[in-house]
Design a protein around this ligand. Structure first.
Ligand code: ATP
Length: 367
């Protein structure tokens, strides 16, 4: 097991800066999710850890070792891809065993030279990986005779069998259907709890990040936006990008202005309270971006904000109500069935603890 540290790491492809001055310390044993939209540089960051991409600038370390110039085969990492890349002509047993046949390992202690494993040692490791990933009944089958989820587990077992210091995973669930994805998320967390290996996991799916990560690193356009536990990035997003990337539906963000008496925020259709615990209130008259999550808007006849309902979507356990505030469309989450209808007026209340304020120019959090 090992930590992974990006120290001012950049990666440029000609004019394109795929990763821009990344500083990120991934702790030993952590399940770190690199999260962001397509093209934000998360795969490039992962490939730099694997040694599949050169580093243009900065220093990348695995444990105490700077690995900028270390060959991928010497980094002691395993990578699981979106396409499982199993050998179709080999049994599950042989697929899992395959990395052990080509690589040498420091089995006799780090001071002794690495060597190839014996047949008995290989069998023992394959048996352990198969047990951990519930693959014992399938060892004699070929991949074609397995379900998508079982194939994914074989790919994980093959990564696990070399007992790497770091597991790298690039969107490993994206080929699975929704039900299997949900199940495999739980299995991955259980696997991580059992083996305790550092995991760096790349996805654009914020649900995967929120459910599996010990910490999430949110990226946009090559830059790290925020790193924190899922609870931290949800509760205190540092800018409007993170606010709107985390959460489904995303946080409502709309224009407001600090009222003349400074006690409230004026928005189209009414006012909202200033956030609780605001350190420095912007001057009266300042333009602000207000953020409120859909679950924090409460339908309340005496609420301070009036909106007109545009649509009501019933999802079974809850309704999503769309309404307009000026040019922005906001979404309100209501448990169960809704009595609201399109075209109707509605009043909303928000607790000050659930109001977020951002600077409309920099997009950064004010409070
Ligand atoms: P996705 O989820 O679509 O894979 P990503 O967030 O993983 O996206 P990267 O694959 O890391 O993003 O790409 C980051 C940026 O670098 C993109 O603008 C991409 O076009 C560019 N890029 C990646 N690889 C190369 C390459 N080999 N040559 C030139 N540009 C590249």
């Amino acid at each position: 097991m090992a930590s992974v540290t990006f120290d001012a790491v950049s990666k440029r492809y000609g004019e394109v800066t795929a990763v821009d001055d990344l500083n990120l310390a991934i702790e030993d044993g952590e399940f770190m999710v690199l999260l962001g939209p397509s093209g934000c540089g998360k795969t490039t960051a992962l490939r730099m850890i694997a040694g599949l991409e050169d580093i243009s600038d900065g220093k990348l370390s695995i444990g105490d070792e700077v690995v900028n110039d270390v060959d991928p085969s010497r980094r002691d990492i395993s990578m699981v891809f979106q396409s499982y890349a199993l050998y179709p002509h080999m049994t599950v047993q042989r697929n899992i065993e395959s990395p052990l046949l080509v690589r040498s390992y420091h089995v006799d202690g780090n001071d002794k030279p690495a060597r190839k494993l014996t047949k008995a040692e290989r069998d023992e490791r394959v048996a352990e990986a198969a047990r951990v990933l519930d693959l014992e009944p399938y060892l004699k089958r070929k991949p074609a005779a397995l379900s998508g989820g079982q194939r994914q587990r074989v790919a994980l077992a093959r990564a696990f069998v070399g007992r790497p210091k770091v597991f790298l995973m690039d969107e490993p669930l994206s080929n699975l259907d929704a039900k299997l994805r949900a199940q495999t998320r739980i299995e991955l967390v259980e696997l991580h709890d059992r083996v305790g290996t550092t995991v760096v996991y790349v996805t654009h799916d914020q649900v995967e990040a929120m459910t599996m990560a010990t910490r999430v690193a949110v990226m946009s356009m090559g830059k790290l936006q925020q790193v924190g536990t899922p609870q931290e990035v949800y509760a205190r997003p540092v800018n409007t990008f993170v606010a709107q990337f985390i959460g489904t539906p995303p946080m409502n963000c709309f224009a407001g202005r600090i009222a003349a008496d400074s006690g409230r925020i004026e928005v189209e259709g009414g006012t909202l309270p200033l956030p609780a615990g605001l350190v420095a209130t912007p001057a009266a008259g300042s333009a602000v971006t207000v953020g409120v999550r859909p679950e924090h808007l409460t339908i309340d006849a005496s609420g301070s904000l009036g909106v007109e309902v545009r649509a009501v979507e019933w999802l079974g356990h809850e309704c999503l109500i769309s309404a307009s505030i000026g040019d922005a469309t906001i979404v309100i989450r209501e448990a169960g069935m809704s009595a609201s209808e399109a075209g109707q007026g509605m009043r909303l209340a928000v607790d000050p603890a659930n109001v977020h304020l951002f600077d409309p120019n920099t997009t950064l959090r004010i409070g």
